[in-house]
Design a protein around this ligand. Sequence first.
Ligand code: PNS
Length: 161
Amino acid sequence: MSIAVVPGSFDPVTKGHLDIITRSARIFDEVIVVVLQNPAKVTTFSVEERVDFIKRVTSDIPNVRVDSFSGLLVDYMTKENANVIVKGLRAVSDFEYEYQMALTNRKLKPDVETFFLNTSQEFMYLSSSIVKQIASFGGDVSDFLPEPIQDDVQNRLRKGN
Ligand code: PNS
């Protein structure tokens, strides 16, 4: 059985993330979406909120499970007995950093492979931080955020919390 892990900050999950998760679920038997810590980012939403958002937007995909983990991605891979990491690549600018992480993860755990999926064209420019900026100024985020979480994300950011 092929188990793939889609790791990320998901602060919050966007339509771009959901596109990668949905397409992964068509390729692999089981997909685990895991909320991890990115030490380079200060997050807006708590781990519990981010997990809840992902659960709500993936509830109709039977082979997707949502989890969180504090620690190294490779340790999570060992814990779940998974050996495929799936990452979405938006533009060339993503490549260097993602390639560095893929090589590092393979060095730490040689039986782990990283698969890169190219982001669908309509989500090429999308990022959680851009979406948060639009929402915090009361802009329309319906093109960027999955419908089940739009109101909650927008309300929370409008309040400036
Ligand atoms: O959505 P992001 O912020 O680009 O995701 C990055 C993330 C969370 C996948 C990455 O920072 C990560 O793997 N963090 C866990 C700690 C770890 O394993 N670091 C070494 C990776 S080379």
